[in-house]
Every structure is written in structure tokens, then in C-alpha cells.
Design a binder for this molecule. Structure first.
Ligand SMILES: *Cc1c(COP(=O)(O)O)cnc(C)c1O
Length: 426
């Protein structure tokens, strides 16, 4: 009897995320990865143009990250994080606070981006509960936001096909446009004046899953100033934008004042291990201090502050902050800007935009916009067949490479992208 292939075995037992198993392409078996390349079982190599799930910043198989993981695993594999502590977590917290914009003083650990946001929302809400302001339960978010797939994060994110089955169970959220403007600020102000708003959550400068939409820091400064006037807790979801993705280490550093809470994950471990943190300022932390147990933040996960992930994150942060890696990011941005001009020349391409290491454009087509657009149908396999991993978000094409991507490899991504645009039936 012929041995079943990995894909056949996969089809029998695995349920993949964001995947309609009744349709679509078969998963590609990956054997190994190094730098910005994935190596498939069938011998092909694929250049990763989107940093896997936007997380791989420093390249796969980085020897320094491997060493950090191995050494930590040998020393202390895991321990519960209530009643115990360990060097990798404490040192990472110290180093994150030292490298983040000024004002943060506490690090709450978890293990994924959704949870980092979930924790931020719960902290904001409970801080008012602890102050006896029981009616302060409303959340404001940006239109087209994405904060993850758990219930709170899903509520805060834009409603869409992904959240539709749960629409009746999501808490209601007010939304304001990322384009700002006097009318939007007035609405934001009047919402805050109602006295029931607890928090404002946003992805600074680039809204990833919403379609790599970009906005100026000035718009956020406008909202943040009003939020602050009314004591509304401000939450920057830097899960995607953090760790140099937009150039500076954190996008929030481009804002006039640091938001009250910052959520980080993806690039935290260089995209190699699950870990997340929620950074908060001391004033918020103090709302939870009491001899009354009911004011405690009763939230935690089994693998919170995993020692191996923390050790890897320390090394990833150190590497991300080196002048060499900063120079790589600057070089990628220069290449993006040069190619953006070419991209704008293709018929049917609109709104070409660059922010740091992210290049994006719209290719509107078909009758629908967004995820359900047919404008890029077949694109994923078109790209992979040419040795490049790119996955359009509906009618949005984007490139978001690991920082280690060589100049020539990035040119190859542009080449394949150009080929796709030229071949596109119109
Ligand atoms: C990916 C992402 C999340 C969710 O992170 P997960 O680790 O996938 O749960 C939250 N916010 C933003 C901005 C993201 O890009």
C-alpha cells in the first residue's frame, strides 16, 4: 500500500485557521525555513514576502535566537507565573520598558496578539469598575480596525464576514474614522462627554487586517487629546506595527503622548515563538492595588511569560535595535518607495502607499470591495508558483518582508507582483 502523503494525512485530521475545507488550495508542506525563505517538501523554495503572518522580522532560523531558546530550555523550561518569577521575564520586562516610549511601568504577559488586546480592554474596563464607576463600559475603536479573533478583540474590530455569526453576542463599539477631520473629532468628543466611555483602541498608523490602510499620527493625536481630557483609557494595538515594522521601534513613538496601554506580540520574539505583552502606566496599575481581593486582575494563561519565549524575545529585541537591522529597515523602505512609482503606473492600481517596511496598493475590481472582492482571485497560487509568498487581503496587495530580506530578493518580489498586475484579466 502506498504511504499517504503529508497533505493526505493533513486533510484527514487537521482543521486549518481561516480555511474553507470544502474548497480551495491544498496546504503546502514546509520542511524548513532559513532567512526569508521557506523550503517546501517538493524541493521548491518560497521567498516570504509577508513575514509569514506579519511576525517574522529577523528571518527564520536565526542562530542567536536558536541559541537563546536552547539555553533557556535547558535551564528552565516552564513554570507557573503566579507565585513564581524568573530572570527571562523580569529582564524582558525591564528591557521593553526601557525601549518603549516613556511612561509605561508595568508589563502584563500573555501569549498572542488577540489576548494582548483582550487584556488591555479588560484592564481598562476593570480600572473604572475598581474606581466605583460601574457604568463606564463603552469602547471606541477606529473603523476598519482588527484586534484579533477572541470575543473582546472581535467586538473591538470591525464587523465583517468573520464576525457575522457572532454579531448578536459581541458588545457594541462606537467607531470613528482613521481619516479624522473636524466632524469626526466632534463626534468623538460628544461620545466621551456622555461619561460612559472606558477606552479607545486603535492600530497606530497602519491598520493591517483592515487592508493595510495608513493614516497620519496627527489624526491619532487629535483623538488622543480628547480622550485624555475625558479620562478615557487609550490603547495602542501595536501587535503588527511594533518592533520596527514601520521604521521606528514602536509606531506610538511618533505620537505626541504615549497611549496609556500598548499591546505587543508578533515581532516580539522575532516571529518565532508565541508571546505577547500588554504595557501599562503606573496610574492604571494602581487602580488594582488594594487589600480588597475583588480589585485584583483575575486573568492569566497557563503559558504566560513562557521562559523560552521570553529569552528569545530578549535576544530579538536586542537584534531589532542594532544599527544593522535599523539600516535594513531603512533600505527596504527606500526600495519600496522606488518601486511604488512603478506600481502607480499599472492600470487599475490605486492608492499606492508605503509606511516603513510595508508597501500596499488597492486593485479594485469586481462588484465587492474588501475581503470578498474577486479582484485578486488566484493570486496566492500565482505568486507561490513563481516562488514568492504574497497573500492579498481581498483587493489589497501588499509586501511586508522580514528585515533580513536581501535587496535582490525584494526586487524579485516586485518583479512577480508586476507580472501579476500585467497578466491580470481586466
Ligand atoms: C495579528 C493581529 C492581532 C491578533 O494577534 P494574534 O496573535 O493573531 O491573536 C491583533 N491586532 C493586530 C493589529 C494584529 O495585526
Amino acid at each position: 500500500m502506498k504511504k499517504a502523503s503529508l497533505v493526505e494525512r493533513d486533510r484527514r485530521v487537521v482543521w486549518h485557521p481561516f480555511t474553507q475545507h470544502a474548497m480551495g488550495d491544498l496546504p503546502l508542506p514546509v520542511k524548513a525555513a532559513k532567512g526569508s525563505f521557506l523550503y517546501l517538501e517538493d524541493g521548491r523554495s518560497v521567498l516570504d514576502g509577508i513575514s509569514s503572518w506579519w511576525c517574522n522580522t529577523l528571518g527564520h532560523g536565526h542562530p542567536a535566537l536558536l541559541r537563546a531558546a536552547r539555553e533557556q530550555m535547558e535551564q528552565l523550561d516552564h513554570v507557573m507565573f503566579a507565585s513564581f518569577t524568573h530572570e527571562p521575564a523580569v529582564a524582558l520586562a525591564e528591557e521593553l520598558l526601557e525601549s518603549a516610549p516613556a511612561g509605561y511601568s508595568r508589563v502584563f504577559f500573555s501569549d498572542n496578539g488577540s489576548t494582548a488586546c483582550e487584556v488591555a480592554l479588560k484592564l481598562a474596563l476593570q480600572s473604572f469598575y475598581n474606581m466605583g464607576q460601574r457604568g463606564r463600559v463603552k469602547i471606541i475603536a477606529l473603523e476598519d480596525g482588527y484586534h484579533g479573533d477572541t470575543f473582546g478583540a472581535m467586538s473591538a474590530g470591525a464587523a465583517g464576514p468573520f464576525s457575522a455569526p457572532f454579531a448578536d453576542l459581541l458588545f457594541s463599539v462606537e467607531r470613528v474614522p482613521a481619516s479624522g477631520g473636524e466632524e469626526a473629532y466632534e463626534r468623538f468628543r460628544s461620545l466621551c462627554q456622555q461619561g460612559d466611555v472606558a477606552a479607545f483602541i486603535f492600530e497606530p498608523l497602519v491598520q493591517g487586517a483592515g487592508g493595510m490602510k495608513m493614516h497620519s499620527p496627527a489624526v491619532l493625536d487629535g483623538y488622543l487629546a480628547i480622550a485624555r481630557e475625558h479620562g478615557v483609557v487609550t490603547i495602542a494595538d501595536e501587535v503588527m506595527t511594533g518592533f520596527g515594522r514601520l521604521g521606528p521601534l514602536f509606531a506610538s513613538s511618533l505620537l505626541c503622548t504615549a497611549p496609556d496601554i500598548m499591546c505587543l506580540s508578533k515581532g516580539l520574539t522575532g516571529g518565532t515563538m508565541p508571546l505577547a505583552v500588554t504595557l501599562v502606566k503606573e496610574a492604571l496599575f494602581e487602580q488594582f492595588l488594594s487589600s480588597d481581593h475583588s480589585r485584583t486582575f483575575f486573568h492569566g494563561h497557563t503559558y504566560t511569560a513562557h521562559p523560552v519565549a521570553c529569552a528569545v524575545a530578549r535576544k530579538a529585541l536586542e537584534l531589532t535595535r542594532t544599527p544593522e537591522v535599523a539600516a535594513d529597515r531603512a533600505r527596504i523602505e527606500r526600495q519600496h518607495r522606488a518601486f511604488a512609482d512603478d506600481l502607480g503606473g499599472f492600470e487599475g492600481v490605486t492608492d499606492v502607499r508605503v509606511c516603513g517596511t510595508i508597501l500596499a496598493c488597492d486593485v479594485p475590481g469586481g462588484s465587492q470591495r474588501g475581503y470578498l472582492s474577486s479582484a485578486t482571485r488566484g493570486a496566492d497560487s500565482f505568486f507561490v508558483n513563481r516562488g514568492v509568498l504574497l497573500r492579498p487581503l481581498g483587493d489589497v496587495l501588499y509586501v511586508l518582508p522580514p528585515y533580513c530580506t536581501a535587496a535582490g530578493d525584494l526586487e524579485r518580489v516586485y518583479e512577480v507582483l508586476s507580472e501579476f498586475l500585467a497578466a491580470r484579466p481586466r
